[in-house]
Design a binder for this molecule. Sequence first.
Ligand SMILES: NC(=O)C1=CN([C@@H]2O[C@H](COP(=O)(O)OP(=O)(O)OC[C@H]3O[C@@H](n4cnc5c(N)ncnc54)[C@H](OP(=O)(O)O)[C@@H]3O)[C@@H](O)[C@H]2O)C=CC1
Ligand SMILES: Cc1cn([C@H]2C[C@H](O)[C@@H](COP(=O)(O)OP(=O)(O)O[C@H]3O[C@@H](C)C(=O)[C@@H](O)[C@H]3O)O2)c(=O)[nH]c1=O
Ligand SMILES: [Mg+2]
Length: 303
Amino acid sequence: MTARKRLLVTGREGQVVRSLLERTALHNDIDILVAGRPEFDLSAPASLATVIKSARPDLIVSAAAYTAVDQAEAEEELARIINAQAAGVIAEAAQALQIPVIHLSTDYVFDGSKMSAYVETDPVAPVSAYGRTKLAGEESVAAATDNHVILRTAWVHSPFGKNFLKTMLRLGESRDSVNVVADQFGTPTSALDIADAVIAIARNLLASGSPELRGVFHLTNSGRASWADFAEEIFRISADLGGPVAAVGRIPASEYPTPARRPANSQLDCTKLAAVHGVRMPDWAHSTKTVVTRVVQPLAASI
Ligand SMILES: NC(=O)C1=CN([C@@H]2O[C@H](COP(=O)(O)OP(=O)(O)OC[C@H]3O[C@@H](n4cnc5c(N)ncnc54)[C@H](OP(=O)(O)O)[C@@H]3O)[C@@H](O)[C@H]2O)C=CC1
Ligand SMILES: Cc1cn([C@H]2C[C@H](O)[C@@H](COP(=O)(O)OP(=O)(O)O[C@H]3O[C@@H](C)C(=O)[C@@H](O)[C@H]3O)O2)c(=O)[nH]c1=O
Ligand SMILES: [Mg+2]
């Protein structure tokens, strides 16, 4: 990019938003603008286009969403307004401004019955209300504009907001052991790595109108783990740093009942993103170490 570019990102305190704010600070040709509540409320989609137009962005990163997977089972209509209807309105605004939109989606669009990693063209079949509303979001973005990148990511963790990694460390402070599901597989993914990837993809979209750069792409850290493997790795790293530790009891999902069903396998094959956008993501354990270190060191310093 030659001139300075304005990236508008949706949400304020979300993991991906906070990571983008941190990472774009390292790029002096990118200005980041934040659109969040109360002025920008996804549950009231009619108000969104005005805010976007007055911000005059060069590209939109649509990162805000209804992400409470279990709660969505009881609030599917609200989740649908936020994850599908608002996503469509944001993409329509991008189309009206003739700018690209990068929209975040999820591995939970798949049912988890495939034995190997999912590719972008595999059939979708969400098994939860959250997954259904996120799939509807992909469809409304694609219907609104061809100038889109839909990034399906998964199992996001970071020093920010709420996530499984921070939940495990918090449980480790008060418990000797934690039971964790060992028969659901996917890939823990750092929001900081997602932010770096989004910046690289944004540069590509702003540099070229090529249709090949547009469409659906999978974006996770590399490798594969169960939630129990992830928990064990979190505590192993934390132990080395003198942080919270708990023994992990490996249990089947049937022994951890939740309102929402989750896929048994949602590993995503990210070959297309590497081939088309040149983005290669670190191994999940490597990025887990970076995040655990950032979460544990302030804890250790306060003792
Ligand atoms: N978390 C995960 O494990 C995964 C997430 N994703 C997707 O990635 C994207 C980013 O997720 P992540 O950063 O983890 O999200 P978080 O759950 O950390 O944050 C959600 C964000 O959405 C915003 N938001 C929620 N409701 C509204 C609303 N009514 N109006 C305006 N903003 C709202 C929140 O706003 P506020 O800042 O005001 O609280 C917050 O910024 C989402 O699209 C999500 O579906 C995909 C796979 C895994
Ligand atoms: C807290 C906890 C969870 N679990 C299980 C429940 C579940 O099967 C799995 C993960 O639980 P969580 O509720 O933390 O994660 P969940 O909300 O399912 O995370 C999902 O969020 C949405 C937004 C996505 O898009 C997905 O990619 C995925 O990251 O771990 C345990 O087994 N033991 C525990 O102590
Ligand atoms: Mg949760």
